[in-house]
Design a protein around this ligand. Structure first.
Ligand code: SF4
Length: 423
């Protein structure tokens, strides 16, 4: 008997369309049971696994425990066959696959007495909203949750609101609901909604919470949400927003470059690999010459090309971004334990920065193809690339990365970056 209820995203569809992107993009960790089961399956040359091919790679050790992932020769899972299908699934059925593969793209996060379900947008079917409503897969998702959510999940401490301020779940969750409503508003484009969210979270940063709780705090979340809507109406002239500062742009390029990278565990960790990363970081800081191609889908294009106006975003971008933000908010996938332990306020800043980062990546994809406007496919691909890292790349939880987010917030550059790359 499970002691938690599930909170599913209300606006997301999904079914697997067997594109095999997840088998190429992600490092796949296996549990002890997965490893034992796969070893018993006795894979041979006749199944397409060459003799001598290692199935597992040792990823690290922790006192008393060794972690393994599936090996990825040539950048794809060892069990991916030439038709782009999973050999384990084909031979033994879905339940025989590693737990991580069965659960993807779902993610489960503590939310008081509930568990919030988020969905990973590194899956192209998620980004395009393909398949059945997630809510219609409740039974299947419940089965996954029972396997991965710890029995004491309801004891999880609520994350901080801002550094040094911690509210109980019953005071924190209404703030998450108001944030979702700010993104759900249908009276303004997503860029305006982001400006409102930044204004709202700025008011939270300036407030003291020692005397506010319960109904009065609920009222407070609502009052400042109304103030943010009043501050940024539908007709807010975006063209009047100043360009981001020079330092802000340099900090942003480093952040967006990190979003553009593919940090799978198949990455080159040699001295040469590390040297290459350092060179990339220097190039991104300077922002002169050409952008170093951090993945094979990019070409080296002049930095200046990514700063030019790209015109109106494709029509579908509004819906995709709105759904992205709402799923991440409803799924508690932007602060606390699921997001490097950052407080709510910092998590909101990081979440908003996904918008200019995705648009910077989309511009890079278009420029790699010698285009000066964005297509729907550029946005789809850019979201899959960025979300591969958001909340998962260890680099995003480092002191340097988090300081970059805080600097951009303190300099007032986040709103400017949203407007700059949204033009
Ligand atoms: S990326 Fe998504 S659609 Fe493609 S195989 Fe993986 S789960 Fe299925």
């Amino acid at each position: 008997m499970s002691h938690f209820s599930l909170e599913l995203p209300t606006i997301q569809n999904w079914n697997c369309h067997s594109c095999s992107e997840c088998c190429k993009q992600h490092g796949i960790f296996v549990t002890d049971e997965d490893k034992a089961r796969i070893e018993k399956q006795q894979w041979t040359e006749a199944d397409g696994i060459p003799t001598g091919q290692e199935l597992f790679v040792k990823e690290g050790t922790w006192p008393g425990k060794t972690w393994f992932r599936l090996s990825q020769p040539n950048g794809a899972c060892v069990f991916l066959n030439d038709e782009g299908l999973c050999r384990i699934h084909a031979k033994y059925g879905e339940p025989a696959k590693p737990l991580a593969c069965r659960i993807y793209p779902y993610a489960f996060h503590p939310a008081g007495s509930k568990v919030a379900v988020s969905v990973r947008f590194s899956c192209p079917s998620v980004v395009q909203n393909l398949g059945q409503p997630v809510s219609s897969n409740r039974k299947e998702i419940r089965g996954y949750a029972n396997q991965v959510v710890p029995a004491n999940v309801r004891d999880a401490e609520p994350p901080e609101l801002s550094p040094g301020t911690r509210l109980g779940w019953s005071d924190l969750l209404p703030a998450v609901e108001v944030l979702d409503r700010l993104f759900a508003a249908d009276d303004a484009p997503v860029l305006i909604k982001l400006l409102r969210v930044l204004y709202w979270v700025g008011l939270i940063e300036q407030s003291k919470f020692d005397k506010l709780s319960g109904e009065r705090l609920r009222e407070f979340w609502e009052i400042i949400a109304s103030a943010s809507v009043d501050a940024f109406g539908k007709q807010t002239p975006i063209g009047d927003i100043a360009p981001p500062s020079r330092i802000g742009r340099s900090q942003f390029r480093l952040l967006a470059g990190q979003y553009a990278r593919k940090d799978t565990y198949a990455d080159d960790r040699s001295l040469r690999g590390r040297w290459r990363l350092l060179q990339m970081a220097l190039a991104l800081t300077r922002g002169r010459g050409t952008v170093p191609a951090v993945q094979s889908c990019f070409r080296e294009v002049p930095f200046s090309k990514l700063e030019e106006p790209f015109g109106q975003l494709p029509e579908e971008a509004e819906e995709m971004f709105t759904r992205y933000f709402r799923v991440k908010v409803q799924g508690m996938h932007f602060f606390g334990r699921p997001f490097y332990g950052v407080p709510f306020v910092e998590g909101v800043h990081s979440l908003v920065l996904v918008y200019p980062s995705v648009l910077w990546i989309a511009r890079w994809l278009a420029a790699s193809d010698e285009r000066t406007s964005l297509t729907r496919d550029d946005i789809v691909k850019a979201i899959t690339i960025a979300d591969h890292n958001h909340g998962y790349s260890p680099a995003f939880g480092t002191w340097g990365f988090r300081r970059r987010v805080r600097n951009l917030a303190q300099m007032g550059d986040i709103a400017k970056l949203c407007a700059w790359y949204g033009r």
